[in-house]
Design a binder for this molecule. Sequence first.
Ligand code: NAI
Ligand code: X15
Length: 337
Amino acid sequence: MLQVAINGYGTIGKRVADAVRQQPDMEVLGVAKTRPNFEAETAIEKGFALYAAVEEREELFAEAGLEIAGPVEDLVADADVVVDATPSGIGAQNKELYEEYDTPALYQGGEDADLTDVSFNARSNFEDAVDADHVRVVSCNTTGLSRVIAPLREAYGVEKVRATLVRRGGDPGQTSRGPINDILPNPVTIPSHHGPDVETIFPDLDIDTLGMKVPATLMHMHSLNVTLEEEVDAADVRELFADESRLFLIPERMDIDGSGKLKEYALDAGRPRGDIWENCIWEESVSTVGRDCYLFQGIHQESDVVPENVDAIRAVTGAADAEESIETTNETLGIGF
Ligand SMILES: NC(=O)C1=CN([C@@H]2O[C@H](COP(=O)(O)OP(=O)(O)OC[C@H]3O[C@@H](n4cnc5c(N)ncnc54)[C@H](O)[C@@H]3O)[C@@H](O)[C@H]2O)C=CC1
Ligand SMILES: O=C(OP(=O)(O)O)[C@H](O)COP(=O)(O)O
């Protein structure tokens, strides 16, 4: 059994902890938090050993009546692998700690690409992370783009990708985020960081991305134009996507017109926290004009990187190959509507 430590138990960390717990070949050794809050209380209720991420704040947990298993150093020392799910930039500060205890570490997409030797997407480059010590699981948007680009490259070749990303301003729990009544070019300069980030997965890809932020919390929305190396029927592209386990082609009959209904569907389907681990591509939007392919996809920012983290754990520990890992992760989480 792989012993997994989760350092940072927020939006991503708590989901990764639940997903790890469902795997037959790994267990959660413990989770580390900086302060007591509702998530710390839930962690204890779920039976996760809670570690203090910052020594000076350990007493705050005792004051809140929460039992601490020890300092984060103990957790990292005893783990086979640590998933760092701390806010952007903190992962870089934690790298020294993981090196000190010689524990392989996964970081999230908020960290700079040059923090690690490998940026990871299970469908696209699982093998690059095998036995690596430091791996970055790319951001929700980069994950969403990579999952679509990988099969298109393999099947038809890709000349150029142009993507416009309409990004949610914050997660539902991030009450301090905006915009509230605005639409922001974000960043106003082109390209947004997503294009270069996708190139960490496909170094030879020609991709331009434009980003915006809007007053929404549920999901991101991508408008994609991929120039292929050959002319293809839209029906063939739809078939190609239908074979991809982490792409959900939203059928016209479902009458799902946006992120709101997608989330409602996920909740109706009994998904934990209403999570949607798959890219949600509107089937009717998949169109071709000559060599140009177009589509719209919704990306659930809080959860699409969760299966990727589980697969990255198997990659860095050499526990399974890509196919075996992806299949196990999909089956245990219930990926595929
Ligand atoms: N929320 C999202 O939509 C996505 C986030 N990411 C990336 O995942 C990473 C984590 O993001 P979120 O989960 O959204 O953040 P979050 O703020 O929800 O959770 C981070 C957690 O880490 C804790 N923390 C802060 N400093 C810490 C430290 N020194 N040691 C241990 N824990 C510490 C915070 O208290 C919080 O519980 C970031 O790199 C982010 O860019 C990636 C994909 C999507
Ligand atoms: O990594 C994300 O988005 P990004 O790919 O647009 O940077 C996550 O949705 C977190 O974004 P945030 O930095 O707006 O919280």
